[in-house]
Design a binder for this molecule. Structure first.
Ligand SMILES: [Mg+2]
Length: 433
């Protein structure tokens, strides 16, 4: 690169210095080692990793402007070529020779250059250190190009297609009073779900980048379109779960009998279904106002305590709901036996939502609540995938023969403001099976 001057190239020890800068800053200058000035005044500045778990790496090269127009790029397979995992850590090359000039042209037209990269393999410190050195080498190859880069190292709200990295950019800009004009911004990425049916070219490994652009609501281009001026590839698929695939169903069926018996009767109601299908909300909305006691293992911790709570409620002449996943007949049997002995009828509410919907809701609740909702609710950790697959593997659909007087199916109906629905309707899941 003709523009790389010797003075702007950095030695590997200088490249390392950014890693040390935050530690050095905490030591009194009289006692600590002499701080290396390069980290703070140098062209590449890593900030403290973002997010509650520090999972989002963030770096600025030079002094990137806050612009209403953002030219955003994926990194691997877009700005630089994707190399095999076995390639030397510091090896890299542009995706195409035209990339640096195109980036500079966009910057000269007033676009802020921002990269959003999924880097799931970077949790381990040695890999992260090498990767940061590689970013320094890339920056050194465009010494006059200001840019910002975000990298998601965990499977959380920062990982594309989720939009946490974009939201961090918005927050940074907001501090300076700049609001991004999405219609004049764009995102370029190679994970576009292209199929290439009439060529020998292999399919895109994923469609994450296209989903990210849809989620953020900015125009999307593939590297071929943006850097090479090629026509859009019309044949692409967005695989995986999206809420638009959900059928429109009534809240519960059969609807010939009411949800809550009228006149009221003493009964035990067992909820059955994946976590994150709105069982507790359903209880609060319909059963609590009708005087039912809420029995839940997340609160009581053990099944023994849940069974005891059912026994106590029924002996006291009360109605109650067991709001657990109750995935198989043997689990349900503990509660049914108690009620049967006391001659109290048992009904079942089967929450019909799929594993994919339940996991989507899990990600939405943990990572994607609109700020106004997140502010009024306690932070919820995402449940691991195993919480859902275990249910699926051992699920036995409830049958009347288990001692149930009635089984109602409760269908998922989204309940929330338009802002909440918009956030819930994004592509959230990482795998695209
Ligand atoms: Mg890529």
């Amino acid at each position: 690169m003709a523009l790389v001057s010797a003075s702007k190239k950095r030695t590997s020890s200088q490249l390392d210095s950014s890693d040390r800068s935050t530690k050095i800053a905490k030591i009194h200058p009289l006692f600590g080692p002499k701080p290396t000035p390069v980290a703070e005044s140098g062209p590449l500045r890593w900030s403290k990793a973002l997010g509650p778990d520090g999972s989002c790496l963030h770096v600025k090269h030079l002094d990137p402007p806050s612009s209403v127009k953002v030219a955003a790029f994926d990194l691997d397979g877009t700005v630089i070529s994707s190399l095999p995992f076995s390639a030397p850590a510091l090896q890299w090359h542009w995706w195409n020779a035209s990339v640096p000039a195109k980036l500079k042209k966009a910057a000269s037209e007033g676009y802020a250059i921002v990269m959003f990269s999924n880097q799931g393999g970077l949790r381990a410190a040695p890999r992260q250190k090498d990767w940061k050195k590689k970013i320094a080498l890339i920056a050194a190859a465009v010494p006059d190009l200001p840019f910002m880069l975000f990298a998601a190292t965990a499977k959380d709200n920062y990982r594309k297609p989720m939009i946490g990295m974009w939201q961090e950019l918005e927050r940074l800009y907001e501090a300076g009073g700049v609001k991004i004009d999405k219609a004049s911004s764009f995102f370029v990425g190679d994970a576009a779900g292209r199929n290439y049916p009439s060529s020998t070219k292999s399919k895109d490994f994923a469609s994450t980048d296209r989903k990210f652009a849809l989620n953020v609501d900015v125009p999307f281009y593939t590297p071929e379109e943006y850097f090479l001026g090629k026509a859009p590839e019309p044949n692409f698929t967005l695989k995986g779960f999206h809420v638009s695939s959900l059928p429109s169903l009534p809240l519960y069926t059969p609807s010939s009998s009411p949800l809550i018996p009228s006149p009221p009767v003493q009964e035990l109601v067992l909820f059955v279904g994946y976590p994150c299908l709105g069982k507790t909300t359903f209880f609060r909305q319909y059963f609590e106002p009708a005087g039912y006691i809420h029995i839940n293992q997340d609160t009581l911790k053990t099944r023994i305590k849940c069974v005891k709570a059912v026994q106590d409620a029924l002996v006291a002449g009360k109605k109650c709901v067991v709001d657990n996943t109750n995935r198989d007949a043997s689990t349900r049997r503990y509660y049914i036996d108690v009620a049967t002995k006391l001659k109290v009828p048992v009904r079942c509410m089967l929450f019909t939502g799929s594993l994919e919907l339940a996991f989507h809701n899990n990600l939405y609740r943990a990572y994607c609540l609109p700020p106004s909702v997140a502010a009024r609710e306690p932070r919820r950790e995402a449940l691991p995938k195993a919480a859902f697959t275990t249910f699926k593997d051992s699920f036995e659909e409830p049958e009347l023969g288990e001692g149930l007087a009635q089984i109602k199916k409760v269908n998922w109906v989204f309940n929330g403001t338009p802002e909440e629905r918009k956030a819930w309707s994004r592509w959230l899941q990482f795998d695209e099976k």
